[in-house]
Design a protein around this ligand. Structure first.
Ligand SMILES: [Zn+2]
Length: 169
């Protein structure tokens, strides 16, 4: 048979090699102690990798790489669990990282609050045009039955700072 057939290896083998070759988070650039592999927007753990045993060659592997990322736990949690509909949570998170002095846990707290707010807006079917056109987001929580309005207001104020920053860019 032809000797130029490209050699195939299980995808799991490629993934393991890839995992070992990554040292920094692709999102925040932090040195990785515990790494999370993200493939097509989903976290793949050790067991999932083991099950991905279909044989592939280098060409296929190269084509898959753009969909693959090594991330720290913090970034993977945010990028894989946020399905924001109103707020641009990913960009907001990046902004907090790069343009403020906040630590990880504070950023996480802001993101969690905005995500909750987002869910509430989804449930209430809040008009998207109304949301997009509002220059001040504070009033969107006026109608919401929240116990802790204050913490949400703080998060919204931060989000507005982010929007103002983005407009000025
Ligand atoms: Zn990270």
């Amino acid at each position: 048979m032809s000797g130029i057939l490209s050699k195939k290896r299980p995808l799991s083998r490629y993934l393991k090699d890839y995992k070992h070759s990554q040292t920094h988070c692709s999102q925040c650039g932090k040195l990785l102690d515990r790494m999370v592999l993200v493939f097509r927007g989903k976290i793949i753990n050790k067991n999932a990798i083991m099950r991905m045993d279909q044989p592939i060659d280098d060409a296929i592997w190269l084509s898959l790489q753009p969909e693959l990322a090594a991330q720290c736990r913090f970034c993977s949690e945010i990028s894989c669990k946020s399905h924001a509909n109103y707020f641009d949570i990913m960009a907001f998170k990046r902004y907090l990282f790069q343009h403020t002095e906040m630590n990880h846990s504070t950023i996480r707290e802001y993101v969690v609050r905005l995500r909750r707010l987002d869910e509430m807006l989804v449930v209430r079917d809040y008009p998207a045009e109304k949301f997009a056109s509002s220059s001040c987001h504070q009033h969107i929580i006026d109608g919401l039955p929240l116990v802790a309005h204050k913490t949400y207001r703080i998060a919204l104020r931060k989000y507005e700072q982010f929007l103002a920053w983005r407009r000025s860019c």
